[in-house]
Design a protein around this ligand. Structure first.
Ligand code: MRU
Length: 356
C-alpha cells in the first residue's frame, strides 16, 4: 500500500489539516481548516486540488460544518450546496457530497455529526485503496507495452495526477509509483501545465520519490511525441462522460491529438468516482472558467528566494481561462480504473457487471 510522504488531508480533532498546495513546490506547509468557509476557500483557491482530493476535502467540510454549526437538515443542505458550488468540473466533488447526503439525510440530528466524520474518513480510505488498484492495473499495462528492455519506459503526463491530487498514490502517477516499487525503470515527461503550472507539483513529487523525470513546456509535447521520444501518455481526469469523453486539465486534448498522429497510445487513469453517467458525452461536461488573471500572471521565487507573483501582460489584456478541455473517447486507448483497463465504450457495462 502506498503511503503519502505527507498526508494531503487528515482529521486532527475537530479540525482538518491539509497540505497547502499553493505553497508548493517551494515550501511544504500545512494549513488547518476549522469551518465550512475554510474548506470552501481551500477548494476554490486550490490549496487542495485534483478531483479525488477535492471530493475527500468536501466530505470533511460537511463533517466540520455539522460539528461546529449544528446538524439539523437545513444546515446539512446548506453545507452540501455551498461545497457543491466550489468547483464545477471535477465530478468527484458531487460524488463525495452525494455519498455524504445519502448517509446523513435519513439520520436523526443527534447522530449526524459522528456519522459525518465516519463517512468522510471512509471516502478517503476508499480513495487510497482505489489509487492502489489503479497502480496495479497501470503497472500491468506498462509491462505489456512493447518497449526496448534496455531503456526505461518513457511516459508523458500532464497537470498533476499524483499523490498530491488524491488521498493515496494518485491516478496517472499510481502506475509510476507501482513501477518504481516493482523495479521497472520509467522516465517521466512532465508538461508544465500553464497557467497554474501543476506540472511543477508533479516534478516535485517525482523528485521527492527519486523517479527520473524531465520538465517540458506544454508546447514541446507535440514535437517530442512526433520524434518518437514518448512510449505512452497517461493523464488523470476530472469527469468522464458515459461515452468515455474525458474532461481533464486544459492541454490534455492537444496531447491526445498529437499522440494519435504519432501513433503513441493515450490513456486516462481515473477512479469510477470520476465517471458521470448522467453526462451522455463531453458536450454536457461543465468547464470551469477561472478568469483571465491566472493567464496574465505567474508565481515563482524572486531573486531573494521569496514566493512572488509576476504580471506577464499589461493590465488591460483580455484573456480567457478555461481550466479543462475534453478529449473525445475515440482518442483514448483505455481508461485505467480500479476495475482494470477499460475501453472508453465499455465503462458502463463493466461497472454494472462489477456491481452484480
Ligand atoms: O485544476 P486542478 O489542478 O484541480 O486539476 C487537476 C487535474 O486536472 C487532474 O488531472 C485531475 O483532477 C486528476 S487528479 C488525480
Amino acid at each position: 500500500m502506498f503511503v503519502q510522504p505527507v498526508p494531503t488531508l487528515c482529521r486532527d480533532g475537530d479540525s482538518v489539516l491539509i497540505l497547502d498546495q499553493t505553497a508548493l513546490p517551494w515550501r511544504r506547509a500545512q494549513c488547518r481548516l476549522h469551518t465550512l468557509d475554510d474548506v470552501a476557500h481551500a477548494i476554490r483557491s486550490m490549496q487542495v486540488r485534483g478531483a479525488p482530493l477535492i471530493g475527500g476535502t468536501a466530505a470533511y467540510g460537511v463533517a466540520l460544518a455539522l460539528s461546529r454549526d449544528g446538524a439539523d437538515a437545513i444546515r446539512l443542505e446548506h453545507a452540501l450546496a455551498l461545497l457543491g458550488a466550489t468547483r464545477p468540473t471535477a465530478v468527484n466533488l458531487h460524488w463525495a457530497l452525494g455519498r455524504m447526503a445519502a448517509v446523513l439525510r435519513p439520520l436523526p440530528d443527534e447522530e449526524r455529526v459522528a456519522a459525518a466524520w465516519h463517512e468522510a474518513a471512509a471516502i478517503c480510505a476508499d480513495d487510497a485503496a482505489t489509487c492502489d488498484a489503479i497502480g496495479r492495473h497501470g503497472l500491468e499495462l506498462l509491462l505489456g507495452l512493447r518497449v526496448d528492455d534496455a531503456r526505461p519506459i518513457r511516459i508523458m503526463t500532464h497537470c498533476n495526477a499524483g499523490w498530491l491530487a488524491t488521498l493515496g498514490a494518485g491516478t496517472a502517477l499510481a502506475p509510476v509509483y507501482a513501477a518504481q516499487a516493482a523495479g521497472l525503470a520509467v522516465d517521466i515527461l512532465v508538461s508544465e501545465t500553464r497557467p497554474r503550472n501543476q506540472g511543477l507539483l508533479t516534478a516535485w513529487e517525482l523528485r521527492e520519490a527519486g523517479i527520473p523525470h524531465t520538465l517540458i513546456a506544454d508546447n514541446a509535447a507535440g514535437l517530442m511525441l512526433a520524434r518518437g521520444e514518448v512510449d505512452v501518455v497517461i493523464t488523470g481526469a476530472d469527469r468522464i462522460a458515459a461515452n468515455g469523453d474525458t474532461a481533464n486539465k486544459v492541454g490534455t486534448y492537444l496531447k491526445a491529438l498529437a499522440a494519435r498522429e504519432a501513433g503513441v497510445p493515450f490513456y486516462i487513469a481515473a477512479p469510477y468516482s470520476t465517471l458521470d453517467f448522467a453526462c451522455p458525452d463531453g458536450d454536457s461536461i461543465p468547464i470551469e472558467d477561472r478568469g483571465g488573471d491566472e493567464v496574465c500572471t505567474v508565481f515563482g521565487l524572486d531573486t531573494a528566494g521569496m514566493p512572488t507573483q509576476v504580471r506577464l501582460s499589461p493590465p488591460d489584456t483580455r484573456a480567457v481561462n478555461p481550466a479543462f478541455d475534453v478529449t473525445p473517447a475515440r482518442l483514448i486507448a483505455g481508461i485505467v480504473t480500479e476495475l482494470g483497463v477499460i475501453a472508453p465504450g465499455d465503462l458502463l457495462r463493466t461497472y454494472r457487471r462489477a456491481r452484480t
